[in-house]
Ligand binder design. Structure first.
Ligand SMILES: Nc1nc2c(ncn2[C@@H]2O[C@H](COP(=O)(O)OP(=O)(O)OP(=O)(O)O)[C@@H](O)[C@H]2O)c(=O)[nH]1
Length: 276
């Protein structure tokens, strides 16, 4: 322990300065409980850190076994072992395992993200749909699906180049994600198309209005668009107690989006599945 062997430790008070401040109560508490353990005939074992005078921290294991005579505990015989090397190896292993687990979790999350925009990808959407569908059917609150498509995006790429197109996609994705509620799922559905699932929502119109306003606020110049700005078209379906399946709802949203495009773009069309 790096102490003078000529000065033996005889009392708990002598021992306390040897122990790491964070472990001192635990370590000395067990010592205080030794008599108790002896009375019950139990053995004990404790791991704690000691502090050498030079400040080095060592891990120690204190072990004691109770001896009995005629079934009566008579004395405790113990020793203190320096287990620093094995503790360091164990702690390093634990740390490596923790890092591995963290890496695994972040890898699993990465697989569900669209690499360009950072929002959910199609795989994430597909994985979430059964749960969202079941939730909406169980709670009968309604669910909306919206498809959002950037207008004249081919011309945007042609005019400003693919990297500028990528940057615009990122900005639109972030605007949609930040405008939607936390419980809504905003995913990149295809090239310049996004899908949004709105659980517990009977009417998608308020969010559609917000989406239009958010993209307008981005004010991304687009020389190939009649408005001079990058715009979006949206098709949404409001589903309430409908027998339609998720693929059928997406098809209905796609039809609504087609209507928005055919109607002149930069607009949304909302349909209701209960009317079908
Ligand atoms: N920069 C960039 N462009 C993409 C990406 N994914 C798809 N696109 C482009 O998006 C364009 C989509 O073109 P179209 O499907 O013709 O649609 P549009 O030009 O937006 O026309 P409308 O939707 O009818 O208004 C294509 O030129 C694709 O190359 C991407 O990740 N990055």
């Amino acid at each position: 322990m790096g102490r003078d062997p000529a000065r033996p430790v005889t009392t708990l008070a002598d021992f306390r300065p040897f122990i790491h401040p964070e472990d001192v109560d635990r370590a000395t508490d067990v010592n205080e409980r030794a008599a108790d353990l002896l009375a019950r005939g139990d053995d004990y074992s404790i791991i704690f850190r000691s502090m050498r005078p030079d400040g080095e921290i060592r891990w120690l294991r204190s072990l004691a076994a109770v001896e009995h005579r005629d079934g009566v505990p008579t004395r405790a015989v113990g020793y203190v072992a320096d287990i620093t090397d094995s503790m360091r190896a164990e702690l390093a292993l634990r740390e490596a395992n923790r890092e591995l687990l963290q890496e695994k979790v972040s890898l699993a999350l990465e697989v569900l993200k669209d690499p360009l925009t950072g929002i959910a990808n199609r795989r994430h959407l597909d994985a979430e749909l059964p749960r969202l569908d079941a939730h909406s059917r169980a709670h009968g609150q309604g669910l909306c699906i919206a498809l959002v498509d950037i207008d004249h995006f081919k011309q945007y790429n042609d005019l400003y180049g693919h990297p500028a197109g990528d940057a615009a996609l990122r900005r639109v994705a972030a605007a949609l994600r930040d405008t939607a509620r936390h419980s809504d799922l905003v995913a990149r559905y295809g090239g310049e198309e996004f899908a949004v699932v709105l659980p517990d929502t009977p009417d998608p119109v308020p969010l559609m209005e917000k989406f239009m306003a958010a993209i307008e606020a981005l004010a991304i110049p687009h020389g190939g668009s009649p408005t001079g700005r990058l715009t979006i078209s949206c098709g949404a379906i409001a589903a309430l107690r409908t027998p339609l399946t998720m693929p059928q709802l997406f098809k209905a949203a796609d039809e609504a989006l087609y209507e928005a495009k055919a109607g002149g773009r930069n607009r949304y069309v909302v349909r209701s599945a209960v009317e079908r």
